[in-house]
Structures are given as C-alpha cells and as structure tokens.
Design a protein around this ligand. Structure first.
Ligand SMILES: *Cc1c(COP(=O)(O)O)cnc(C)c1O
Length: 428
C-alpha cells in the first residue's frame, strides 16, 4: 500500500494538470487481460471503457501478443519511418483481402501520424486540396480531436477554449435529431447548400461521425446519413466519415456505415485499428482524391510496425468470417436490456447509441458521474459522455464473455439503484 501511495503522489507532484481519466479512476493499474484490469493493490476491475474503444478486442489478446513477441524476438523492424517493411505489406494485404475487397471499397490507405486527430487533419487537408475550397461542414456535438484543424471541427466548448486562437474554416450545422423529433436537420443542410445567399461558403467536405462518441452517443439515422451523402455529392464536397470511435466493430460491423449503402470519399480510422491498443491511424481515400504528394502530409511515426502486426492479426482473427459480428449483435442485446432497466429507474431518461456503443442519458452530469463513481468503487470502469456528461456510456470490449458482461452490467445497475436511492432520500 505504501508504494501505491508514493506512486500516486508522483502523479500529483509531476504530471500536468491536463491529466484526465486518471482523476476518475484513482488507482494505479499494473496488468490487464481480456475485459479486466488489475491495480497494484490487487483489486480487479471489469473494463467498460476499453481505452475509449481502443481495445475493442480486449486487453492483451493472446494471438496478437504472441505475434508481437515473436517479431521482437527475431529483431524485426521496430521503427521504419514509412519504408517498405514486411509487416506493412502483410497488414495491407490482409486489410485489402478481408476488409476492403469484400466491401467493394477501392480506397487507398494513407498512414498518418498515429493519433486520430492526425488522421482527421489529413482528411481535412485532402478535401481542401481536392476542391480548392477551405470551408468544412461539421456537426453539433461532433468530436474529431484537439489539434488545431481537427479542433475547429470539434463542437465541445471546453476543448475549443484550449486553442487560444480563433478556430476557422468550419461551419457547424445541426446533427440528426439536434432540433428534436419533428425536425429533419438534413432539410436545413439542403436549404443552406442550395441558397446562394445562405452565407454558407461552399464546403470542401462534410465531416461526420455516424454515432457521436464523445458528444453523447447520438446515432444518426441511416436515411439522414444517406441524404447527407447525396447532398455532399451535389454540392461538390467530399464526404468524410470519422470512424475513429464507431468503427472496428463497435457498432456491429467493421465500418459503422456498412449497412447504409453509402460510399464515403474519405474514412478516418484510429483507436481500435491496431487491435492491441498500440498507436496507429489511417485515412482511407478514394483513388481519385489521393492527391497528397510524397510527404506532403508527413509524420515520423507512420510506420509503427508493431501496430501493423497486431492490426493484421486482429483483422484475420475477427473479421475473416461473420462469427464475430454475430457475437457483437448478441452481446448488444444483453447491454440494451440492462441499460433499459437503468432507464426505467430514472424518469425522463433514454437509451443512446447503437450496438455495443450504448449508453443511457440520465438527464444530469452529476447523476451520471455519481453512478460511474459508485460503479468504480464496486469494481467497474465506466465513463460518461455528452455535452453535460449526462450519458453513462458503455464501451465494453466486444470480446467480453457473456458472464463477465452480465457481471459488469449488474455492478452498473446496482450503482444506479444505490445512487438514485440516496438522491431520493436526500431530496425528501
Ligand atoms: C478519439 C477520437 C478522435 C481523436 O483521436 P485521438 O487519437 O485522441 O487524437 C477523433 N475522432 C473521433 C470520432 C474520436 O472518437
């Protein structure tokens, strides 16, 4: 325990105030396997945060780990800039054969710096270069990263405030459902695009998440996304789907938009693309829009060969047939049922998101925060999302065995019951 305390102190003493998740989960983690993390004091936690969807296949998948260890043992390349390596070739071939070809996607794969924000920066630059236009349409509650260009497209005022300079060349329009049930915000987008006097500068791109991860698990209806895709085409703008959080199986299929029948010009991927939680990001771009010259969008870490290895194993292991997809659908039903029970405890609450990217909007950030804090005391890692942190958000690894999934959900339900009980008593 004493080492635990002194180790915790070093974070307070030396780690920047910009630290965040560690504040809500105040312990020191030392190991993890599957959907469970273990702290230095021996306490185990079921992990329903999964690195914000960077660990869709759980912690330390044995097959990815084995392949990585074999590579290290053999003195395989650790860093190769973006030079040709066997690991990059193997990843690209697998990605082509298992993911792109079966989905009739002719996209080129552009490796960017290893963060999601860097992939979004690249996507925005490509769209601007292709069209010669500077403006980009993004949506309310969208989250696209916190580097300057990507941050301009991010809605969250707290993050935007950190920029310290005006964030320009993005026009924000209402996401699906933003104005309530009676209004189709695509009507507004269409009117703005078609009225030469609307004041909307012709956009280089329309950028969206099909399910807004940080913005409160707002799931766009397929019809809305299809219409936005059509409107983008008519306006001569590229359609960029930011699939950094919703992709890699989180919403039930490899890409979040697979069942929408759209053909995005650009797709950004990061978070779970390496499969193992290693940094890796990429941009999928239609060949006709693959306009960046050599190193025009550059980055020292575009060839994270360790990530190529685990990413290749992840795709072979989980996406070569439909078994994993079927498993996700089954587990999503288990999650939905439990969340509905929580929603039933809180008047006015509602379920958010889709598939394994689900949550419950409990109406207040305080209540959602209290539920997550209580859950953590009882051995569950779970976070909030939304403009006021009012959504309890479940991002369990997609591989979580049913019994463990039920156990985590049961902790969450008990936490909700406890917290709501206490609140009621306090109010009386
Ligand atoms: C996390 C996220 C990003 C930013 O990724 P980083 O790796 O944190 O830079 C961008 N878009 C979406 C949808 C995300 O969820």
């Amino acid at each position: 325990m004493s080492t635990n305390t002194s180790t915790t102190t070093v974070f307070k003493r030396r780690e920047s105030e910009a630290r965040s998740y560690c504040r809500g989960f105040d312990t020191v983690f030392t190991s993890a396997q599957g959907s469970e993390m273990t702290a230095r004091d021996g306490q185990t936690y079921i992990d329903f945060l999964a690195g914000c969807s960077s660990l869709n296949y759980g912690h330390n998948d044995p097959d990815m780990k084995e392949a990585l260890i074999a590579h290290l043992q053999a003195d395989g390349i650790a860093h190769g800039l973006d030079m040709h390596t066997n690991t990059k070739a193997d990843f690209l071939e697998t990605f082509e054969n298992v993911i792109l070809r079966p989905r009739n996607m002719d996209h080129k794969v552009m490796f960017t710096g290893p963060t999601g924000a860097n992939a979004v920066e690249a996507a925005m630059k490509i769209a601007r270069k292709v069209t010669g236009r500077s403006n980009i349409v993004a949506f309310t509650n969208g989250f696209h990263g916190v580097t300057q260009g990507a941050l301009a497209a991010t809605g969250n005022g707290y993050h935007r405030g950190g920029a310290g300079l005006p964030l320009n060349n993005v026009t924000r329009l209402p996401f699906d459902g933003y104005m309530g049930q009676g209004t189709d915000t695509a009507d507004y987008l269409e009117a703005m695009l078609n009225d030469p006097s609307s004041g909307l500068d012709a956009p280089a791109a329309i950028l969206l998440e099909t399910v807004q991860g940080e913005g409160g698990l707002n799931a766009a209806r397929p019809e809305w996304v299809q219409r936005v895709a059509r409107l983008a085409k008519e306006a001569g703008a590229l359609l960029i789907i930011d699939d950094i959080q919703a992709g890699c199986g989180r919403t039930g299929t490899f890409f979040s938009f697979e069942e929408f029948g759209i053909d995005p010009d650009i797709v950004t991927m990061a978070k779970s693309v390496s499969g193992f939680g290693l940094p890796m990001a990429l941009v999928l771009v239609k060949p006709e829009h693959d306009v960046m010259g050599p190193a025009e969008h550059n980055g020292t870490f575009r060839g994270n060969t360790h990530a190529f290895i685990t990413a290749r194993v992840a795709i072979e292991k989980f996406w070569s047939d439909n078994a994993f997809q079927d498993d996700i659908a089954r587990r999503a039903k288990i999650v939905e049922k439990a969340l509905q029970e929580i929603a039933d405890m809180v008047p006015g609450s509602r379920l958010k998101g889709r598939s394994m990217m689900r949550g419950v909007d409990v109406g207040s950030g305080e209540l959602a925060g209290d539920i997550c804090a209580r859950a953590f005391q009882n051995g569950l890692i779970v976070e909030t999302s939304g403009p006021n942190d009012e959504v309890v958000k479940i991002l369990a690894p997609l591989t979580t065995p049913d019994a463990q999934l039920e156990a985590g959900l049961s902790i969450l339900k008990d936490a909700a019951r406890d917290v709501i009980g206490t609140t009621k008593v306090a109010a009386e």
